[in-house]
Design a protein around this ligand. Structure first.
Ligand code: IYR
Length: 223
């Protein structure tokens, strides 16, 4: 073991009955999460988003370098140019850049190039992955397992927002270079996704097939 200081692990275990209740309860909560595309303009307090981002920041990461950055965009002057840039990419995407197979896979979702939620929803969270960085501000070391680490962080962010009673959307206009510029992030960071958070619009619907989740025996084997 290295010479870095160590502290005792703080770990509060649970009796098995409570363990079961927690595992089932969290599953019951998470299985009601839906990807929402119609957002209301109802406000959401900033501290809910702050805590979701703090939760994302607890994710494990390669060498604990925490290779993520979250640009949170509330209502303001960035919204219009952001929507315009995203919709320009989406128009090219849906006009053919995506290719037939991809567009065919998307047809069940009913999505198109119009993204009004980019102006309607109270919060947009642009997630960036840092190829270089390190645990401390100003570090410029190589980061490790960046996509894995940032993916886990995004999962925790979505889980926190859902558990806080918010609707979310993982939005991935392709390519997302415009986010680098609009958010003022360095070129060494890769925009990964835009997470939209807020309340669903009244009467919002989701595709029926979105309720189909693979059963345990299709996604898991106990060996
Ligand atoms: N970025 C586009 C297309 C899109 C792609 C996938 I894969 C999705 O699961 C959903 C959408 C859009 O947001 O419309």
């Amino acid at each position: 073991m290295g010479t870095e200081p160590r502290v005792p692990l703080v770990f509060s275990g649970l009796p098995e009955s409570e363990m079961r209740a927690q595992a089932l309860g969290f599953y019951e909560t998470m299985k009601t999460r839906r990807t929402v595309r119609d957002f209301s303009d109802r406000d959401v307090p900033r501290e809910i988003i702050e805590h979701a981002v703090l939760t994302a920041g607890t994710a494990p990461s390669g060498a604990n370098h925490q290779p993520w950055f979250f640009s949170v965009i509330g209502r303001g002057p960035l919204r219009k140019p952001l929507r315009e840039a995203a919709e320009a990419e989406e128009r090219a995407f849906y006009a053919g850049k995506a290719g037939e197979e991809w567009l065919d896979a998307l047809s069940a979702l009913g999505t198109d190039a119009d993204k009004p939620f980019l102006e309607t929803a109270p919060w947009l969270i642009a997630v960036f992955a840092q190829r270089r960085g390190g645990p401390k501000p100003g570090d410029n070391r190589k980061n490790y397992y960046v996509p894995e680490s940032v993916g886990i962080a995004c999962g925790l962010l979505l889980a926190s927002l859902h558990k806080s009673g918010l609707a979310t959307l993982t939005h991935t206009p392709n390519p997302m270079g415009f986010l680098t510029e609009l958010c003022g992030r360095p070129e060494t960071e890769k925009p990964v996704m835009l997470i939209v958070a807020g309340y669903p619009a009244e009467g919002a619907t989701v595709p029926l097939h979105a309720l189909d989740k693979k059963p345990l025996d299709q996604i898991c084997a106990f060996l």
